[in-house]
Design a protein around this ligand. Structure first.
Ligand SMILES: [Zn+2]
Length: 480
C-alpha cells in the first residue's frame, strides 16, 4: 500500500514540480543580459547620413561610430546606438551628415592677396600683378598667416582635405597639421627665382627635405608641384617627377588651363600639353592635373590610360574666362575627377566648396544648353568621392564607410533658404551655403563645433590678415 502510494506520489511530485518549478526557475535565473555596448571615441547620431558609398546610401535617422581616426560603423541610429556608446557624442538630429569636402586644387596663402587684382587675363594677372606682389611680400611668416586664414575659411565651409601648390610648403604643412586639417601639399617649382628658392638646385634640395620630413604623417602628404608646362622647362618637369617618384610622393601641376597655353605648347612641341607631358614620361597615377579645360578626346583617353587625377575649377575657369572643361566627356571616360576652388586671389576669390559644387553643375548645364549635363548628385560626387579618387586617396577618404578616416561634416537645414527639402542632393548642392556647415570632424577630431573653430584663434588671424594687407598695399604703391 505504502509502496503503491509512493509509486503514485512520484508522478504527482513531478507534476506539481513541473507546475511550480517552471515559474520559480524563471524568477530565480538572472534575466538574459543585453550584450555590453562597445565603447567608441565618438558617436555621431541622428540626421540624414549621405554616405557617398558605392550604393550611394542615404540613411535617414542614421549614426556613425568613430574609434581613433577611423569610422568603425555606419547605419540606422537604433542599430548603432544599441551596439556602441561614445565617450564623445555629437547630435546630428535635424542635420545632414556628409563626408568632408575635398578641395583638389588651390594655393592657400594667397588668401592674403584676396581681391588685390581681378578682372584680368591669366597671363596679365600672373605677370603684371601676382608674380611681382609675391616677390615683394611672400615670406615664411606671410605663408603661415595666409594658411591660417585659409584653413579657418575651409573648415567653416566643410572642407576637410585640400591639395595645395605654393612656396614655403613646409610651413603650410606645419600650419595645416596644427589646425587638424588634412592636406596634399606640393612645393611649387618654377624656372625663375621664387620667394623661397632662388635656383633650381635649391628648389630640389628644399623639396627633397620636405618629402623626407613628412613621410608617414597621418594628415600631411608632402608633394612636388612643378607649376606648368608653359612655366617649367622639359628638364625641370622631369627632375620634379623623378624626385617625387623616388619618395612615392604625389605630383601636382596645372595642365591645359587656357587656350593660349594649349596654342603655345602646340607651337613649341607639336603636341597638346597632355600629349607633351605623356611623351616625356611625366604622366602617371601619382599626378594630379589641375584644370584640363582645353583637353580633346585623345587627351582624355591619355589621362585615363595613365590613371591621372584631374581637378575641375569652375569658378576660376569662369572668372579668368579660361573656358569650360568637358566634364561630361571626362566622367563618361572614367577619368578620376575632383573639384577645386583654385587660389583665392584673382581666380575665385574664396575657398568655398559648397559654392563650387553649385557652380560646377550650373556651368555644365548652361554651356551644353542641357540641364541634365551635370546633376546635383554628380556635383556632390566631384566634391567628395571624386576628389578622393583624383588624389588616389579613395581608400581613405571621400565617403562615410567603416574603415575610412573619420572626416565628416554636419549641415543645418532649419533656415528659410533650406526649407522644405524634397531631395537631399538638390538641397546640399543648390540651396545650402558654406555658412550652414555647423560642425566638422577631421581624422576623428572635432575641429569645429556649432560654428566655433576649436583649433585656431579666429579674431587673431583676421587681425593679422589685415596687417598683412597694409604691407602688401605699401609694397605695390608707386614710389613717391
Ligand atoms: Zn592654380
Amino acid at each position: 500500500m505504502i509502496r503503491a502510494r509512493i509509486r503514485f506520489a512520484v508522478p504527482i511530485f513531478y507534476f506539481l514540480f513541473s507546475i511550480f518549478a517552471f515559474p520559480l526557475a524563471a524568477q530565480t535565473t538572472p534575466p538574459a543580459k543585453a550584450p555590453a555596448k562597445q565603447r567608441v571615441d565618438l558617436l555621431v547620431s541622428g540626421g540624414a547620413i549621405v554616405t557617398m558609398d558605392a550604393e550611394r546610401r542615404v540613411i535617414e535617422d542614421g549614426a556613425i561610430a568613430v574609434r581613433g581616426d577611423a569610422i568603425i560603423a555606419v547605419g540606422p541610429r537604433a542599430e548603432i546606438e544599441a551596439k556602441y556608446v561614445g565617450t564623445h557624442f555629437l547630435s546630428a538630429r535635424g542635420r545632414i551628415v556628409l563626408p568632408g569636402l575635398i578641395n583638389t586644387h588651390t594655393h592657400v596663402p594667397m588668401t592674403l592677396f584676396r581681391g588685390l587684382a581681378d578682372d584680368l587675363t591669366l597671363q596679365d594677372w600672373l605677370e603684371k600683378c601676382i608674380f611681382p606682389a609675391e616677390a615683394k611680400n611672400v615670406t615664411e611668416d606671410f605663408v603661415i598667416w595666409g594658411t591660417r586664414l585659409a584653413v579657418l575659411e575651409m573648415i567653416r565651409g566643410g572642407t576637410t582635405t585640400f591639395a595645395d601648390m605654393y612656396y614655403f610648403e613646409d610651413a603650410i604643412a606645419r600650419t595645416t597639421k596644427a589646425a587638424g586639417m588634412r592636406g596634399v601639399l606640393g612645393e611649387s617649382m618654377l624656372d625663375f627665382p621664387v620667394p623661397d628658392n632662388k635656383t633650381h638646385a635649391a628648389a630640389l634640395a628644399y623639396t627633397e627635405n620636405f618629402l623626407k620630413k613628412w613621410q608617414g604623417d597621418p594628415l600631411i602628404r608632402a608633394a612636388v608641384a612643378p607649376h606648368a608646362a608653359f612655366t617649367n622647362s622639359e628638364e625641370s618637369l622631369k627632375d620634379a617627377a623623378a624626385l617625387a617618384r623616388r619618395y612615392g610622393a604625389p605630383i601636382l601641376i596645372h595642365v591645359s588651363e587656357t587656350k593660349r597655353e594649349n596654342d603655345d605648347i602646340r607651337a613649341k612641341f607639336g603636341a597638346s600639353p597632355v600629349a607633351f607631358l605623356d611623351r616625356i614620361g611625366f604622366l602617371g597615377p601619382d599626378v594630379l592635373a589641375a584644370h584640363c579645360v582645353w583637353v580633346d578626346a585623345a587627351d582624355i583617353a591619355t589621362l585615363v590610360k595613365r590613371d591621372v587625377g584631374c581637378a575641375h575649377n569652375p569658378s576660376s575657369n569662369m572668372m579668368l574666362a579660361s573656358g569650360v572643361a568637358p566634364v561630361g566627356d571626362m566622367l563618361r571616360a572614367g577619368l578620376r575627377l575632383g573639384l577645386g576652388t583654385d587660389g583665392p586671389a584673382g581666380s575665385n576669390n574664396d575657398l568655398n566648396m559648397m559654392e563650387e559644387m553649385d557652380l560646377a553643375a550650373k556651368l555644365q548645364k548652361v554651356s551644353r544648353m542641357d540641364p541634365r549635363a551635370l546633376s546635383a548628385q554628380q556635383a556632390l560626387e566631384l566634391a567628395t568621392i571624386g576628389g578622393a579618387r583624383a588624389l588616389h586617396m579613395e581608400k581613405e577618404i571621400g565617403s562615410l564607410e567603416a574603415g575610412k578616416k573619420a572626416d565628416l561634416v554636419l549641415l543645418r537645414t532649419d533656415l528659410p533658404h533650406a526649407v522644405p527639402g524634397y531631395n537631399v542632393y538638390s538641397t546640399i548642392v543648390y540651396t545650402l551655403k558654406a555658412s550652414d556647415v555647423v560642425t566638422v570632424v577631421i581624422n576623428g577630431r572635432t575641429v569645429m563645433q556649432d560654428r566655433r573653430v576649436l583649433t585656431l584663434n579666429e579674431a587673431g588671424v583676421l587681425a593679422k590678415a589685415r596687417e598683412f594687407a597694409e604691407k602688401v598695399k605699401q609694397s605695390l604703391a608707386p614710389p613717391k
